[in-house]
Design a protein around this ligand. Structure first.
Ligand code: UD1
Length: 374
């Protein structure tokens, strides 16, 4: 029997987890793949990490690098330093990374320097805003990756423009939407609706969801205050559920705002509770990347509190609208949605629940024959 193909899959931060879950599941179905899960420890809180492993049935990581928090340089450097010995010792055929967090670029760089092939899932997305740390991570990861798996057509053009070879680019769809489709029925059993008094019997009242964690929106308490004060007219109209990211928490505490009672400030939610709420929301206000896609897949109107998006398909085809941080624009767009005039949107191509299957089929087709020695 031939030796199985050893693939290191990397997770670090919360948004990686719904992307890696279907990939691990798919790889584990193939006896000719040895799927090794590496957690960098970038996110370590129970609420940002362990609850997702439990709910999505992600296997316990085989390797935990426990890097924890730090500046971008420290976090990236620690991952580089701590992953290298494992890569040398185990010599995987491939390192598979997802998304755009510090763990993504750090693991890719360590692997590429050792001549180990890299696959990037969610390649080619560009906000064209290099003040975002994620944009730097995306560009550099794509420059290093041998396999570029993309979620939308625009990403193909971006990669070609950056000189990446056509035959390295594979339009496979969206693995995060694989998770959404798989877990949506289970999420409907969540009791979060009753706990937050949004649901009585089978009836859901109207409510909105707010998430904010981008450095540009939350790192200065004044900016955060301006957004929260600006959306007050929306908050007065319906409950706004605001699960607060650990990055935002201290800034919120420092901000001198007295929130309206309708603004319901909560700790970060688990995947199933959050998905349940997302699927039932009248309106979502966010600066997250992933939530722009999840709302498009759910057909729920989304207002993105940023000046740009690296996910244009959610605007072209989905329910997303860019509103920036100008409170007047945010409120005007929200009122349109509350008046029932939100975008209808449709499902982007290949967001069909089978993206992970396509990724693994492609890897199995190409990898064994390569035996990459560079
Ligand atoms: C990271 C990602 C971002 C992603 C976000 C989602 C990068 C550059 N950014 O941003 O793309 O959208 O995750 O969650 O990789 N902290 C905790 N507990 C934890 C993790 C972090 O308290 O488990 C605190 C840290 O101490 C730090 C802050 O949260 O002060 C930010 O964490 P960090 O991982 O640096 O970046 P995020 O803002 O979470």
């Amino acid at each position: 029997m031939s030796t199985p193909l050893k693939i290191f899959s990397i997770v670090g931060a919360r948004p990686n987890l719904p992307k890696i879950a279907p990939l691990m599941r798919e790889m584990q179905r193939h006896s000719n793949i040895e799927a090794v899960l590496v957690h960098t420890g970038q996110h370590y809180d129970e609420r940002l990490s362990e609850v997702f492993f439990r709910q999505m049935g992600i296997p316990a990581p085989h390797i935990n690098l426990e890097v924890g928090s730090g500046s971008h340089a420290v976090q990236t450097a620690e991952i580089l330093k701590r992953i290298e010995p494992h890569l040398i010792e185990q010599n995987p055929a491939l390192v598979l990374v997802v998304g755009d967090v510090n763990s993504t670029i750090a693991a890719s760089l360590a692997a590429a320097k050792l001549g180990i092939a890299v696959a990037h899932v969610e390649a080619g997305l560009r906000s064209f805003d290099r003040s975002m740390p994620e944009e730097i991570n995306r560009i550099l990861t794509d420059a290093l990756a041998d396999y570029l798996f993309v979620t939308e057509e625009d990403a193909v053009d971006n990669l070609l423009r950056e000189g990446r070879p056509r035959d390295a680019i594979h339009f496979v769809g969206n693995v995060m939407i694989d998770s959404l489709r798989m877990f949506l029925p289970l999420a409907q059993n969540s009791s979060i609706g009753q706990e937050l008094e949004l649901k009585t019997g089978d009836h859901w009242r109207r409510f909105a969801i707010l998430t904010l964690h981008r450095p540009s929106n939350v790192d200065s308490p004044e900016q955060l205050e301006q957004i929260l004060a600006g959306i007050e007219p929306i908050v007065k109209e319906l409950p706004v559920i605001f699960p607060v990211h650990p990055r935002t928490q201290p800034k919120l505490a420092a901000a001198s705002i007295v929130p309206h009672t309708n603004l319901r400030i909560l700790p970060p939610l688990g995947y199933l509770d959050f998905l349940c709420l997302l699927s039932r929301a009248t309106l979502v206000l966010t600066d997250s990347g992933g939530i722009q896609e999840e709302t498009t897949a759910l057909g729920v109107p989304c207002l993105t509190v940023r000046e740009n998006t690296e996910r244009p398909i959610t605007i072209l085809c989905g329910t997303n609208q860019l509103v920036g941080t100008d409170p007047q624009k945010i409120v005007a767009a929200a009122q349109e949605i509350l008046a029932g005039k939100g975008k209808a949107g449709k499902m982007p191509q290949f967001w069909d629940g089978h993206a992970a299957q396509r990724v693994v089929e492609i890897l199995l087709r190409f990898l064994p024959s390569e035996n990459r020695v560079r």
